[in-house]
Design a protein around this ligand. Structure first.
Ligand code: GLP
Length: 260
């Protein structure tokens, strides 16, 4: 894992946006994996700004989102499809036919996961996958005890995740308790991952992911097996790590090597 510790959440968003722009500049028809939650919003704003400044074009890009609530169609304001349109797709020149979000209103949810896997494979696999992390260490909606080899499928949400996400739903609004999510095996098959986390509420999940054992109780710890995982965090999210000086030293060396 490459651990990048930055001063604040704005720097985290900016660095994430730079990595995605670099990827798209190097390969304009990149297949990018995207994520929802509050953490990526600033990165999406930074990407929109770069697009408006002519630094990047999404015209040939294909995207796959990690997950979706089961029981919400894409027009529902709390659906992740709606979120992506609202926070990113409507503001850049991506072809909407080339944006994919798991189908939360599929009439055949048990086979929808395999269909999504097939779509990813038909596009040649994901070049770079954006991730956030839940307080309980989930990635996508792969909750603790998820199989580390899992593929896109239906997952039952934990009470902690339902409670964490309740802030987005009004009291009388239906809040799903099921999701359709890429599996941990799906995520680990991508060619690169970029995980963003900010704030001290994520500190324990980050410690477990980076320094804990690989365990289904910390789904993100499976990223220790990923050959190209970049973890970008602020000081607060890094606050429980025991080796921060080492990670900063390694990153300095890495930056020096990149300049030579
Ligand atoms: C949801 C999403 C995850 C996201 C997590 C954290 O559960 N399914 O992909 O990483 O929320 O969200 P936030 O960034 O709001 O803390």
């Amino acid at each position: 894992m490459r651990i990048i510790i930055l001063d604040n959440s704005q720097q985290v968003a900016q660095r994430g946006a730079e990595i995605f722009c670099q990827q798209i500049t190097n390969k304009p028809d990149s297949v990018i994996g995207l994520a929802t939650g509050s953490t990526p919003i600033s990165m999406y704003q930074a990407l929109i700004a770069k697009y408006q400044q002519g630094e990047v074009s999404f015209s040939k890009v294909t995207s796959f989102n990690l997950d979706e609530y089961l029981g919400l169609d894409g027009k529902h304001p709390q659906s992740y499809r709606y979120f992506m349109n609202d926070k990113l797709f409507n503001h850049i020149n991506i072809n909407s036919n080339q944006t994919h979000v798991p189908n939360g209103s599929s009439e055949t949810p048990l086979t929808a996961g395999q269909e999504y896997e097939d779509q990813i494979a038909n596009c040649g696999g994901i070049d770079i996958q954006l991730l956030g992390i839940g307080r309980n260490g989930h990635i996508g909606f792969n909750e603790p005890t998820s199989s580390l080899a899992s593929r896109t499928r239906i997952k039952t949400l934990t009470k902690e995740t339902i409670d964490d996400n309740a802030r987005f739903f009004t009291d009388d609004e239906f809040q799903p308790t099921l999701s359709i999510t890429m599996g941990i095996g799906t995520i680990n098959q991508t060619r690169a991952v970029v995980l963003l986390a900010t704030g001290d509420s994520k500190a324990q999940a980050i410690k477990d992911m980076v320094e804990g054992p690989i365990s289904a109780m910390s789904p993100a710890s499976a990223l220790q097996m990923h050959p190209n995982a970049i973890i970008i965090i602020d000081e607060a999210a890094a606050s429980l790590l025991s080796q921060t000086d080492l990670y900063k030293h390694i990153e300095q060396q890495q930056l020096t090597l990149q300049k030579t």
